[in-house]
Design a protein around this ligand. Sequence first.
Ligand code: ATR
Length: 293
Amino acid sequence: MKTWLNKESLNHCEGDYYLIIGSPVKHSLSPKMHNLAFKLNNIPATYFSLDLKVDELPEVIKNLKNDKNFKGMNITYPLKEAVLKYCDELSEVSKLTGAVNTVKNEDGRWIATTTDGIGFFNGLNDNNVEVKGKKILLLGAGGAARVIAAQSLFEGIDELIIFNRTLQKAQNLKEKLQETADKTGVKIRVFPLEDEDRLSKEVEESDILVNATSVGMGSDDNSLIKPEDLHENLVVCEIVYKEKTELAKEAEKQGLKVIDGLPMLLFQGAESFKIWTDKEFPVAEVQQKLFDN
Ligand code: ATR
């Protein structure tokens, strides 16, 4: 039977450790990022990846709950929601989205949040994209879209416009976010993706376009946005970083500012690191050593 104790990497670990759990995690860049950050900060800890499916989670959690050397973890697909019930404290954004990507183990109490949304916005900030007072058009209402939408309410934006293939999902998201949006003064509107005229109009009036759908990866997959609807004042954001989507290619061709998923990856990691260690994540060094070709 597969248990976390049989994992080769963990058997070699003696001191404090952190994990990324999910499946697949073999190609995750998080171990490289965090181990480098630990090294540069002289923190004697190790970060491992642990491939886990939902049904394997309870037993692993039981072991982790009793392990003083376990200091925290990142959680990725398909466990972001499954981990929720084992956490003792949830951040506002995790409560709003039902998602957790970071757990800190504080003497057996698991403090949880998701840093994906804040990572996305810190990534924009690092690329000199101002979001205050801006209109954001979000494509999608899945896991990634939900955390970006929830975080956007705390970023001083003026308006969030969500388009999704399944309108009901976008409506559910709006409903969930409405109370917070009322408090922070953000307007939210939702539309079905199939309303092409509305989409064209809203793209025209938006400052930042975020594609949080899986559409456009793969060369035979068309962009959800018509090339003629793009305009020079629009910043186009993708959440994937391994490949360039059709939308990103077209936006670049037209000379627009395009941000891929790499800043989000880097800055969600930075935020998790800060939560765990109270130390700054060496963003520039990690970027230079791991991502600059
Ligand atoms: P993730 O966790 O990466 O966000 P997800 O939760 O499965 O993944 O969400 C995928 C998003 O892409 C959803 O918004 C989905 O739309 P539906 O809610 O209607 O399913 C969107 N999506 C996927 N394939 C799509 C397609 N062919 N056209 C339009 N939207 C699509």
